[in-house]
Design a binder for this molecule. Structure first.
Ligand SMILES: [Zn+2]
Length: 127
């Protein structure tokens, strides 16, 4: 079976080089595979631009999930000041990259990132 069918899983681009996306570790340095063993059995393939956006999307999702825990009063990586700062810096980076990209990313909406950035800014009080 052709693992990629020759096209990018996100934007459907064909003809260019495709990369298998490896989940590796999440934004907070935790191994990913325990959360998503399924994705190892069905690896996805992305073109160059999408594999970069996939990394941004992964960090965004990690930060978003930790923010949800924080706002629900559960233990969260973002309760540590350093991680909260690091997450804010990363979101700003993601925003800059998205703004510089041609057209809308098929994987990540700038508005979502902006929204989470605003929420993080209001979550700076100590837990
Ligand atoms: Zn693509």
């Amino acid at each position: 079976m052709d693992p990629s069918n020759g096209s990018c899983h996100a934007c459907g681009a064909t003809g260019g080089p495709l990369m298998k996306f490896s989940l590796g570790k999440d934004f907070f340095g935790r191994p990913y595979d325990r959360l998503s063993p399924f994705s190892d059995q069905r690896p996805k393939w992305y073109c160059e631009a999408c594999s970069m956006h996939k990394n941004l999307q992964r960090d965004f999702r990690d930060i978003c999930a930790e923010y949800d825990k924080l706002s629900a009063g559960q233990g969260s990586e973002l309760a540590k000041g350093d991680e909260l700062r690091r997450a804010s810096v990363r979101l700003r980076e993601i925003m800059i990259i998205l703004d510089a990209a041609q057209g809308q990313s098929p994987l990540l909406a700038g508005d979502d990132v902006r929204l989470l950035m605003g929420r993080l800014n209001t979550a700076t009080m100590p837990a």
